[in-house]
Design a protein around this ligand. Structure first.
Ligand code: NAP
Length: 248
């Protein structure tokens, strides 16, 4: 059975590992090619866009793909929308495999905002020291609020033009733990955290650290879901693939 995984997440890496061990499944991982050194994959991997909905539909047919698992990041909304349209066009079943969103505890001081512009506005006028973990491609939005100092954490070094004028750069790839996150926030004198609601364990420690230090968090809400069926757990994804195995 030919399966395509749309990846770029720890969920996609785990699913790739599980499918690589299966002789009855011929799976392929697809990455956008945004990070220079992506996490190692256990599966054959293709890199780069498909060329929109039409390109993906043609790819699915040409490669004889029989099921697609969209395990892209919850904020990769365009790819997820394209997957819905292309799978419908090509008559291929589609599942979204993603992590649940984070939810605040009673003592948390979160401000939910709908998008990056909302996060910039929520920072306010007074200069603050902001721990910014929104991903390299989302940094340019913060040029609109140059009065703040940003502690920017990123996997790859941003281009100089992508960074806000006042910044400290921390290059690192998760997972991160509570002790290290607390130390980092104290070291830079962070007074507010800005993050996307990515969910998952690998980067949740910053929220625990904010709770410990009683810092406010500006939480960018997820874009609307693509409408395809969603499974959060890997065993449920494997069951779904099994249920969509074409009959010989
Ligand atoms: P996006 O805005 O939804 O997608 C933009 C375009 O990039 C898509 O239309 C598609 O190009 C291409 N693309 C995206 N994911 C792809 C994949 N897995 N395989 C092949 N092409 C892909 O996505 P994004 O927010 O730029 O994210 C890009 C990648 O980074 C995703 O794979 C995502 O899982 C990962 N990621 C994103 C975030 C985030 O915050 N957005 C965080 C962590 C990881 P075509 O139209 O040409 O097919």
């Amino acid at each position: 059975m030919r399966v395509l995984i749309l990846g770029g997440t720890t969920e996609a890496t785990a699913l790739s590992g599980a499918l690589a061990e299966r002789r009855d499944i011929d799976a392929m991982l697809s990455l956008a090619g945004r990070t220079s050194a992506p996490a190692e994959s256990a599966l054959p991997t293709r890199v780069g866009g498909f060329g929109g909905i039409e390109g993906l539909a043609v790819y699915l047919q040409a490669e004889g793909i029989e099921a697609v698992v969209d395990a892209t990041h919850p904020f990769a909304a365009q790819m997820s929308r394209h997957a819905v349209a292309a799978c419908e066009q090509a008559g291929v079943p589609l599942l979204v495999h993603t992590r649940p969103a984070w939810t605040p505890l009673a003592q948390d001081r979160w401000t939910a905002v709908p998008d990056l512009e909302g996060a910039v506005a929520a920072l306010g006028r007074e200069p603050r020291t902001v721990f910014l973990t929104v991903g390299r491609l989302s940094l340019p939005a913060f040029a609109a609020a140059p009065q703040h100092t940003y502690v920017v954490r990123s996997i790859d070094a941003p281009e100089p033009g992508e960074l806000p004028p006042r910044h400290e750069l921390v290059l690192a790839r998760g997972p991160f733990d509570l002790a290290a996150e607390t130390t980092l926030m104290r070291r830079f004198g962070v007074d507010v955290v800005v993050t996307k609601n990515s969910g998952g364990k690998a980067t949740a420690a910053k929220l625990e650290a904010a709770r410990t230090l009683e810092l406010p968090v500006i939480m960018v809400d997820r874009p609307p879901p693509s409408g395809a069926q969603v499974e959060h757990r890997l065993p449920a994804v494997l069951d779904w693939i099994e249920a969509h195995r074409p009959t010989p």
